[in-house]
Design a protein around this ligand. Sequence first.
Ligand code: A3P
Length: 310
Amino acid sequence: LESLPSEIGSTSDLLYLYNGFWYAPEDLEGILAAQQHFQAQDTDIILVTTPKSGTTWLKSLVFSITNRKQYTVSDQIHPLLTTNPHGIVPFIEQIYYDNTNPDVSHIPSPRLFATHVSYTMLPESIKTTKCRIIYLCRNPKDIFVSMRHFGAKIISPTNPACQLIPVEEAFNKFCRGVTWFGPFWEQALEYCELSLENPDKVLFLKYEDLKGDIISQLKKIAVHLGCPFSLKEETEGVIDGIARMCSFEHLSNLEVNKVTGVRSLWMVDNKDFFRKGEVGDWKNHLTDSMVEQIDQVVEQKLHCSGLTFK
Ligand code: A3P
């Protein structure tokens, strides 16, 4: 295993190269355990993202769509009002790291799981059953900026060995693919191709499209999951309600996502999953030469695929 300090973290924060992708050790342990023990069901829904591409948002949207009969968005008992989306939809790599063989059979159907791993690393049963996959990607420039801010928040301020590495060094690593679950483009390409080959299995979404027209994207997701919105639901404002419930403005202002010290995921505060929630914030952070560098990488790696970012 080759190892390097992570691009967000400190010298004590190593990433390991395994089968062409970079992992934090606990994520790798979790996913290897899941490969052995996770048994997918036909009705499962697997949400795949790279970190910082809108995972929190996708979890809340898909949970709200699939549970809309049980919890209407005007309901005061809607789980999103009191629980961060990461406390509702678990990461496969996290639950199989915490316990190498957890009992997930009791979770009511459809079970929702998330992961940041490439298709090749998914547990085999996800590929062989009829379970659905939704992949969300985002402009890598915004991912880098989001990741950098996230790193600054989660880094331990009291540990002198734990310092953010200089931004230029972090950026170079990101462009070389040395980032959590990176290289970004390898993963995005894999799922992009799969969504073309087998659209019933994989729905490929972009953060920028969700921001641009959330209603049409919600309809697309519901169709992919086999639970399209009825005309009645549409006229009664169910789709608008889900969009509002899961909006950045709404979720980030809920008490459970605002206060310090409330965690749904490892050592990360719920509030750290919300920053700006915008498209194009990279313009405020990347220098011209950084833009040139990443544009070249994207052009070189993605130009054949037709995958572009607004
Ligand atoms: P920014 O740092 O650019 O603001 P992830 O959930 O994969 O960790 O991604 C986090 C990014 O998604 C952050 O981006 C965060 O602000 C944004 N985000 C979180 N919830 C969102 C929502 N409901 N709508 C839009 N963006 C959201």
